[in-house]
Design a binder for this molecule. Structure first.
Ligand SMILES: NC(=O)c1ccc[n+]([C@@H]2O[C@H](COP(=O)([O-])OP(=O)(O)OC[C@H]3O[C@@H](n4cnc5c(N)ncnc54)[C@H](OP(=O)(O)O)[C@@H]3O)[C@@H](O)[C@H]2O)c1
Length: 249
């Protein structure tokens, strides 16, 4: 039987070096936690607030086959943040197997209420940060390796759109096309790049933007898919924008 989709074997030792952004809460937190429950992984988990990650990290028993979780506090909108991450990564491992650009911010405002500052905040975190981080880490990816960019159904061409999400959706659309282009650029180096366009997941982000909306999926549900896809998806596809959605927004 292949390792493909949704078969979790927490005993199998994969020994992967993983970097995930936006891991302090929500989908990224559950994804980092799942990777850390597997054997042999080294996971650098980036967020501004790393309190919850530090608690998880402390509960992982020391042992040569156990995973190591390294929480790292970084603001992805700060100048030269990618240099701090690069240094932190190279102090712990020299080859990267998986990068998940998951951090994102959502601002729910109509065009009249959106400011230039909103534009900068959204685009800095949702597309400029994946650009800068991927570029800084590029010389250090393994062959094969997998970059997974976390986008949204709002940024998926032809999907149903919602008032208030114009800049958020535009930034996620940019991330999707960016992924397609990088896949083409990196294919001879064995670095695959795919993009997951998520539907609604019940996280604090969704709750803050749509207080009365209830999503059918929980962060852990989607984290199970992301972990499996990050490990196995590049054996089957490259440069794809994949809708992973039961409902939107
Ligand atoms: N939830 C949904 O319905 C949904 C749907 C489609 C796509 N998505 C996408 O899925 C990803 C995860 O979303 P989520 O729902 O889990 O959101 P969330 O709960 O708000 O988590 C977002 C993460 O991004 C981090 N982050 C935000 N700004 C940052 C910055 N300047 N520097 C460093 N880290 C930063 C946050 O950590 P700190 O605050 O600690 O920095 C947090 O860990 C996002 O890219 C989102 O756009 C979510």
């Amino acid at each position: 039987m292949s390792d493909m989709m949704f078969i979790f074997n927490f005993e199998k030792i994969f020994i992967m070096n993983i970097i995930i952004t936006g891991a302090g809460r929500g989908i990224g937190f559950e994804t980092a936690k799942l990777f850390s429950k597997m054997k042999g992984n080294r996971i650098i988990a980036v967020s501004r607030n790393i309190t919850a990650l530090q608690k998880i990290s402390e509960t992982i028993p020391r042992g040569k086959n156990n995973s190591s979780l390294y929480p790292f506090a970084v603001d992805l909108s700060k100048n030269e943040f990618e240099k701090d991450i690069l240094k932190y990564v190279l102090d712990r491992f020299n080859k990267i197997d998986i990068l998940i650009n998951n951090a994102g911010i959502l601002v729910n405002k109509t065009l009249q209420n959106l400011s230039e500052k909103d534009y900068d905040n959204i685009f800095n975190v949702n597309i400029k940060a994946p650009f800068l981080l991927t570029k800084a880490l590029l010389p250090h990816f393994n062959n094969p390796s997998h970059i997974v960019n976390i986008s949204s159904m709002g940024g998926f061409l032809g999907s149903v759109k919602f008032p208030g999400l114009s800049l958020y959706s535009a930034s996620k659309g940019a991330l999707a096309v960016f992924s397609e282009c990088l896949a083409e650029e990196f294919k001879d180096q064995g670095i695959s790049v795919n993009c997951l366009s998520l539907g609604s997941v019940q996280t604090e982000m969704l709750n803050e933007a749509f207080p009365n909306y209830k999503a059918s999926q929980k962060p852990l549900d989607i984290a199970e898919f992301i972990v499996d896809f990050a490990i196995n998806g590049n054996k089957y596809m490259n440069g794809k924008i994949i809708p992973v959605s039961l409902s939107t927004p």
